[in-house]
Design a protein around this ligand. Structure first.
Ligand code: ZN
Length: 148
């Protein structure tokens, strides 16, 4: 278990240092902003749909703590190719895991690395920020998501 925890820790550090899909997406079909005033995390999320209604590309930029950046980075990897319904399903599963309402599901793959935040209530908002921001972009096309 400790080896696994170490692996997850490394995954978070690595995604923080080298975030995937980092940068602006122009043009984007949807974009949203996310703010977590408690920690100072701030990100912009850009999203593009393909003709089949699947997420063709998703990128983010911004600044934040290791957890918020790693969560956004891991999320962008997980979202590509997802339909709106698939996104919502994944959102619910990840949200339940991060808030401690559900045990980490191995089906979530690398996203399980984020489950460590459950031991630190303040960190939960850092981890969920990117997801709330993506939900805003997916469902409303634009807007601001805030954790407070
Ligand atoms: Zn944070």
């Amino acid at each position: 278990m400790d080896a696994l925890r170490e692996l997850y820790q490394q995954l978070i550090v690595e995604h923080h240092r080298h975030p995937r899909n980092f940068g602006k997406l122009v043009p984007a079909d949807a974009e949203a902003e996310g703010r977590n005033p408690l920690c100072g995390d701030h990100l912009h999320l850009y999203l593009r749909w393909d003709e089949q209604g699947r997420i063709a590309d998703v990128r983010f930029e911004g600044e934040g703590c290791a957890i918020s950046v790693a969560s956004a980075s891991l999320m962008t990897e997980a979202l590509r190719g997802k339909t709106k319904e698939e996104f919502e399903d994944l959102f619910e599963k990840v949200h339940a895991m991060l808030t401690g309402k559900a045990e980490p599901d191995p089906e979530l793959g690398k996203l399980v690395a984020l489950a460590g935040v459950r031991a630190f209530p303040v960190r939960v908002k850092c981890a969920t920020l990117a997801w709330h921001t993506a939900k805003k972009a997916v469902e409303e096309g634009k807007g601001i998501a805030t954790t407070e």
